[in-house]
Design a binder for this molecule. Structure first.
Ligand SMILES: NC(=O)c1ccc[n+]([C@@H]2O[C@H](COP(=O)([O-])OP(=O)(O)OC[C@H]3O[C@@H](n4cnc5c(N)ncnc54)[C@H](OP(=O)(O)O)[C@@H]3O)[C@@H](O)[C@H]2O)c1
Length: 337
């Protein structure tokens, strides 16, 4: 079978390889999947360039945390799944070579990921795909959508109708947050580097968009747009470089889901604004099975479809990564396997 490999010491997209690997076999309580599609997250770029936590790849590793496929075969003792079931992996998994009770780790670093035609997972590491979604759409959910759901619905007070939700940028996490917040009856304000992308975000349901390049004081604009109320929930994917403005954009008693590092690791953020507003800051690390299953119910009931910018074939994986690194996309970039 073919697998997308990030080689030991990898520092760039040109070094990625598509290799033949032996077909894996499911052990007791394990499930063999035929992966049909995978999607790219920002962290996959970091893994490829050697900037993910832990630095460069220390072994030849199968890339990508997010995918979707169908069950080909099950090992002894499996009760949750049957051949033909359509499934997605939870972001953090028990290593296939470990006992079922071992600690879970993220797919696609440090564990081998979903970028292969066949993978093996423990049965507990999978959830069912909502019926109305294709494999390509389902492949977008495990990291980005679960993270957005966690920030909106599980961290602190869940978002309710009438809340103002601020999403930063137009990537995977932020576009899911927009869609889910709209389904919850919230008003969404989106920021982006591009007016064209803001037009697309408005078409997806954002009430207002702010270009953070041409309006660097976007926090003041959030306050103006909301009549000085601010955002009740902020999906913070920027990190150190945007956090001070997020604090200033927050409503009294509001919450910030601290998710991303798009502006790098260092900064000198003044936290006074969040203190004076009685706000809360929640560190978010993707999410667990229960969150993923509740998200799937919300996606099914609201007939939400992930926003896919482009689907590539497996032998175009390098091109998919180049588009993702360029930032010239909204939502998700997908590879079909
Ligand atoms: N903690 C967790 O569990 C978790 C889970 C998932 C992701 N993350 C992190 O969250 C971040 C987003 O991940 P992703 O996969 O959704 O990214 P992505 O799909 O690669 O999207 C990146 C987008 O972010 C926007 N952006 C870049 N710099 C920005 C800035 N200074 N201010 C506002 N927006 C900016 C850009 O959109 P525009 O061109 O529209 O500006 C860019 O296209 C990453 O740092 C990732 O590592 C963390």
């Amino acid at each position: 079978m073919r697998a997308l490999i990030v080689p030991t010491g990898c520092s760039g997209i040109d070094e990625l390889r598509i290799e033949q690997r032996p077909e894996p076999k499911p052990g007791p309580l394990q499930v063999l999947l035929r992966v049909r599609a995978v999607s790219l997250n920002y962290r996959d770029q970091a893994v490829v360039t050697g900037n993910y936590f832990g630095g460069k790849a220390s072994r030849d590793m199968i890339l990508l945390s997010d995918g979707a496929g169908e069950v080909l075969a099950v090992g002894d003792g499996v009760t949750r799944w049957r051949p033909g079931d359509r499934v997605m992996p939870i972001f953090s998994q028990v290593p296939p070579a470990g006992s079922p009770g071992a600690p879970a780790l993220p797919l696609g670093s440090p564990l081998d990921g979903m970028g292969a035609e066949q993978v093996v997972c423990y049965e507990d590491g999978l959830v069912a795909i909502p019926e109305h979604l294709s494999f390509e759409e389902a492949a977008c959910l495990p990291c980005a959508a679960v993270t957005a759901w966690h920030a909106l619905m599980c961290a602190g007070r869940p978002v309710i109708p009438g809340d103002v939700v601020l999403v930063l940028g137009s990537g995977g996490v932020s576009v899911f947050a927009l869609q889910l917040a709209r389904a919850a009856g919230a008003q969404v304000i989106a920021t982006s580097s591009s007016d064209d992308k803001l037009t697309r975000l408005t078409a997806l349901g954002a009430a207002a968009g702010i270009n953070y390049r041409t309006t660097p004081d976007w926090d003041a604009e959030v306050m103006r747009l909301t009549g000085n109320h601010g955002a009740d929930c902020i999906v913070e994917v920027g990190g150190a470089g945007t956090l001070a403005r997020s604090f200033r954009s927050l409503a009294h008693g509001g919450k910030i889901g601290l998710i991303g590092v798009l502006t790098g690791p260092a900064g000198d953020t003044n936290p006074h604004a969040i203190m004076l507003k009685g706000g809360t800051l929640h560190g978010i690390f993707v999410g667990n099975r229960e969150m993923f299953e509740r998200l799937n119910r919300a996606i099914s009931v609201n007939r939400i479809r992930p926003v896919i910018d482009r689907v590539y074939e497996f032998d175009q994986a390098h091109a998919a990564f180049r588009q993702h690194v360029s930032g010239n996309f909204i939502g998700k970039v997908v590879i079909r396997l």
